[in-house]
Design a protein around this ligand. Structure first.
Ligand SMILES: [Zn+2]
Length: 91
């Protein structure tokens, strides 16, 4: 057990990683996170290189980190392909 982060916090960190990898985007105005059609393997590669440098994002293994990336990409929270609120404002 111990002091593991909450699942939601982990998912937020993983979403940030996915944004850095260029497979998710975040609307600067509304902070809505959405998919941009990028390749998930880019995020896996970035995660691996970060993990090798000691950035574990609170996970105990590389496998857990890459599983979490997959979970984030399959999550309905980040399933949009644009910022819905910007889209509405475009009228
Ligand atoms: Zn927006």
């Amino acid at each position: 057990m111990g002091s593991h982060k909450h699942h939601m916090e982990l998912m937020d960190s993983v979403a940030e990683l996915a944004i850095e990898a260029g497979i998710l985007e975040k609307c600067e105005i509304h902070e809505v996170i959405f998919q941009n059609g990028g390749d998930i393997t880019d995020a896996y590669k970035l995660a691996n290189s970060k993990y090798s440098k000691g950035e574990t994002y609170g996970f105990n293994s590389r496998g857990e980190l890459t599983d979490a990336i997959k979970e984030v990409m399959e999550s309905s929270d980040y399933a949009g392909d644009c910022c819905e609120r910007c889209y509405e404002n475009m009228g």
